[in-house]
Design a protein. Structure first.
Length: 256
């Protein structure tokens, strides 16, 4: 089996505190490989392909978050735009190949990135991480905050990450790391806090009523995921929401 060709990174601006937006929705914008460019999402939800050399100026009180996913041993082949926080949403490896040394190489690549903060979750191809367990995985992936059904707060935003993904119906695959049973999910999702700003999962919410329930309950500013390669891009679902604690304003946005 041949690895997939890694897709372009996604650069997103998040306000701190959040800013109200005009309610609207739009269909996904998918992108391929653009070299030194990325899909950029501005504070008002405008999406565009931007060269790294001409990224829009970062507004005050905002955080530039860079997302990649499903790099399958090929992170070094991807042009990564600058930002405050770099996030990888799983499938670091391909078919569990390479073992711990591959994870150490990935960690070295993370260290070389200029972003002040990095967050990593695993995916269904990352069997080696599942075998290591979260504590040893954190030791190996020391250049980032490794989240496994846990949270971290950075730059005024609270991130909660899970390596969960649904299995593809009708397809049998040995790449089934972190594809939890329904009973395990029932216990897991109930403990996702209500005050998260960014939800990170390897898989999309479609096909999981329980994960959809988390999105409805917690209403994160953004849900970012990988796994579904055909969904690469950004879908924005902006709507005014009642104030919630320290912010309020527009909610929505899903990145694949």
């Amino acid at each position: 089996m041949r690895p997939v060709v890694p897709l372009a990174a996604l650069s997103l601006l998040a306000g701190t505190p959040r800013r109200a937006g005009v309610p609207w929705a739009c269909s996904p914008l998918t992108v391929g490989r653009y070299g030194q460019a990325s899909l950029h999402v501005s504070l008002d939800g405008t999406r565009s392909i931007q060269k790294f050399s001409s990224l829009p100026e970062q507004p005050p009180d905002s955080v530039r978050i860079v997302f990649v996913s499903d790099t399958h041993n090929q992170l070094s082949d991807i042009a990564v735009p600058p930002g405050d926080i770099f996030i990888h949403t799983g499938d670091i490896t391909f078919c569990s190949s390479g073992g711990v040394n591959t994870l150490k190489d990935f960690n070295a690549q993370l260290e070389a990135l200029p972003h002040e903060h990095k967050i990593v979750i695993a995916g269904n191809h990352d069997r080696r991480i599942e075998q290591l367990g979260k504590n040893q995985a954190r030791d190996v992936l020391s250049a980032a905050h490794y989240l496994e059904n846990s949270a971290v707060s950075l730059c005024g935003l609270k991130f909660w990450g899970s390596p969960f993904s649904n299995s593809h119906r009708g397809k049998r695959s040995s790449n089934s790391a972190f594809q939890y049973t329904h009973e395990f999910q029932k216990n897991l999702w109930r403990y996702v806090p209500n005050d998260i700003d960014v939800l990170l999962t390897h898989g999309a919410a479609s096909g999981s009523d329980l994960l959809e329930g988390v999105l409805s309950r917690a209403r994160p500013y953004l849900h970012a995921h990988g796994h579904e390669h055909a969904l690469h891009g950004a879908t924005l679902e902006w709507a005014r929401m009642p104030p919630r604690g320290r912010g309020g304003g527009a909610r929505g946005g899903r990145g694949g």
